[in-house]
Design a protein around this ligand. Structure first.
Ligand code: TYM
Length: 325
């Protein structure tokens, strides 16, 4: 059985989209030595950033992930920059990636409008993400829909490298959750819920129950009053149904069938979201009283990760001509 890996970039605050898109799929299937979860702190350097905030959020993200069920006994749990093989492999993969391939990435296009201020690392970050995945020979990458292009790039790079230099990498594939691969912003259901935008539209894992309820009750809905699952024509209601279904483990259309009007639906969504996030928030409060033990967990994780990562880098260096064949 192949490994599963997923990462979280410590910018902004973790929200319900991150939870259903990637955290839950990973923590639901943790298998010793097969599951890897990490905080991708290097990726937080691709845009303007405050060093103190990156440091603080890296610890906060690690703590939230543990609170949400990442289990160091069953998963290798690490901070990306603690494992230098990520950047070492990044360079080798850059040398097997075309400029045109990375320039085409949608996230790069969206974030690079002001080209004088764009960092080179924003352009090459999908190659670092490929390195994150290929380093551990991961076959499955549970992520939200927004990461599709990046995982496809990782596949392309792996295949090209294997063809050109000999088989070194497992070719990964993206794994999407059955519902909630793309949770939308509550105040603009045409935009994805994201860490850095729209405080009112994002249901954060550490928001208080009152805040969550207020945000859900104020969510933008659609004209009319029918509670139907129709993402194209009724994106606001479809998003609420998706969130409800993700929380209760049902199908969005079934959630629609048992809902009354809009107010009823919103109450059900608020209750379900609070029931999902409350245990995480409580556990977060407990764990954050002892940051040293969180630091210890990621230190141990880095040691375990380097055993796997070191072998991959050696194999890649040998294949590409940097070590004796
Ligand atoms: P990041 O930190 O932006 O998001 C973390 C995960 O959450 C998913 N996600 C969503 N899923 C559903 N609905 C949403 N609204 C939503 N918003 C975010 C993302 O798809 C992602 O799975 N580059 C990555 C982190 C990364 C990574 C990796 C992931 C770095 N290296 C290697 C997997 C494998 C990122 O910035 O995700």
């Amino acid at each position: 059985m192949s490994r599963r890996i997923t990462g979280f970039t410590p910018s902004g605050e973790l929200h319900l989209g991150n939870y259903f898109g990637a955290i839950k799929p990973l923590v639901d299937q943790q298998i010793p030595d097969r599951s890897i979860v990490f905080v991708s702190d290097l990726h937080a350097l691709t845009l303007d950033h405050d060093p103190a905030a990156v440091r603080r959020r890296t610890l906060e993200f690690a703590t939230v992930l543990l609170a949400a069920g990442a289990d160091p006994a069953r998963s290798i749990f690490l901070v990306q920059s603690h494992v230098p093989e990520h950047t070492e492999l990044h360079y080798l993969l850059e040398s097997a990636t075309g400029y045109g391939e990375v320039r085409r990435m949608i996230q790069f296009k969206e974030k690079s409008r002001d080209s004088d201020r764009v960092r080179v690392s924003l352009l090459t970050y999908p190659v670092l993400m490929a390195a994150d995945i290929l380093l551990y020979q991961a076959g499955e990458v549970p992520v939200g829909e927004d990461q599709r292009q990046h995982v496809e790039l990782a596949r392309d790079i792996a295949e090209r490298f294997n063809t050109a230099y000999g088989r070194v990498f497992t070719v990964p594939r993206m794994v999407n959750p059955p519902v909630a691969a793309r949770i939308m912003d509550l105040s603009d259901p045409t935009a994805k819920m994201s860490k850095s935008t729209s405080v009112t539209g994002s249901l954060r894992l550490l928001d208080s129950p009152d805040t969550l309820r207020r945000k859900v009750m104020r969510a933008v809905t659609d004209p009319g009053s029918a509670v139907e699952y129709d993402p194209e024509n009724r994106p606001g209601i479809a998003n609420l149904l998706t969130i409800l279904a993700a929380c209760t483990g049902e199908d969005p259309a079934d959630a629609a069938a048992r809902s009354g009007g809009y107010a009823d639906l919103k109450r059900a969504v608020a209750d379900a979201v609070i029931a999902t996030t409350d245990p995480i928030r409580h556990r977060y409060t407990e764990l954050s009283e002892d940051p040293e033990s969180v630091r210890k967990i990621v230190q141990d994780g880095a040691i375990r990760a380097r055993l796997i990562a070191g072998d991959t880098v050696t194999a890649a260096k040998r294949a590409i001509g940097l070590l004796p064949a």
